[in-house]
Design a protein. Structure first.
Length: 270
């Protein structure tokens, strides 16, 4: 039985119909939070409902909500309806993200804008809505020592360049300094803002990178810990960052990457 560290708190998890978002939504619910499972379009509704069914089967609570995080009016509606239904929002997991990979000289403006609008602008819009609610609600000591928690899903590529993925890496580098800037701005209000930077995690977005033994062996060359991560690795970190166990952690990126940021290419070149 999971410890209910997030009892009586309301969490919005963006991009929660699959992958890291789905795993994180389930973990937050297991820790006692009521979870809003965000998904972007009508086509992702069934997947989001499946996540909700899993949460309810385990004794948790939540709803699904369709919202394209890159659209201001849809984000405002999601937060507004969540607050109307559950009274407030305590936790935001800014997870929605996508890739539109291309060689840089062939990358279209649409590919660039699509990634930046979801990965970075989407995090801005959701964080702004969350902070407005945290400021309104203030600290409720029986729930949490902080007025609210935001966890931005970044990537090891906020610090590791990634040829062929300039739009994605730029979006994650932007997340890093947006996160730090708003953490600095709102720390006096007891609002905590941090990031998680996953390394290689087995999710649908990178299926080809680990789906065969040959592909996994190649991927492991980048991971000193010699295993590819799973969504539960990220979900556990998110629960910790959302709980009072991490109350003195603010404005930092937690790398959950099996050591990928240790530049393993240099391990035998000392």
């Amino acid at each position: 039985m999971a410890e209910k560290k997030l009892q009586n708190q309301v969490a919005i998890v963006t991009g929660a119909s699959s992958g890291i978002g789905a795993g994180t939504a389930k973990a937050l619910a297991a820790a006692g939070a009521t979870v809003v499972i965000n998904h972007p379009v009508a086509a992702t509704k069934d997947a989001a409902e499946a996540v909700l069914s899993s949460i309810k089967a385990a004794g948790g609570e939540g709803i699904t909500f369709q919202c394209d995080v890159s659209r201001e009016e849809e984000v405002e509606k999601m937060f507004g309806e969540t607050i109307t239904r559950f009274g407030t929002v305590d936790i935001l997991i800014n997870n929605a993200g996508l890739q539109r990979d291309a060689a840089f000289e062939k990358m279209t403006l649409e590919q660039w804008n699509t990634v930046l609008s979801v990965n970075l602008t989407g995090q801005f819009l959701c964080a702004r809505a969350a902070i407005r609610e945290f400021l309104r609600g203030g600290i409720v000591p029986q729930k949490s020592r902080s007025a609210g928690k935001i966890i931005c899903m970044s990537s090891v590529h906020e610090v590791i360049p990634w040829a062929g993925h300039a739009n994605y890496a730029a979006s994650k580098g932007g997340i890093m300094l947006m996160m730090k800037s708003i953490a600095q701005e709102f720390a006096p209000k007891k609002i905590r803002v941090n990031s998680i930077a996953p390394g290689a995690i087995k999710t649908p977005i990178n299926h080809d990178a680990w789906a065969t033994p040959q592909a996994e062996k190649k991927l492991l060359q980048l991971i000193p810990y010699q295993r590819v991560g799973v969504v539960e690795d990220i979900a556990a970190a998110a629960v910790w960052l959302a709980s009072d166990d991490s109350d003195y952690v603010n404005g930092t990126t937690l790398f959950v990457d099996g050591g990928m940021t240790l530049y393993p290419g240099f391990s035998e070149n000392g």
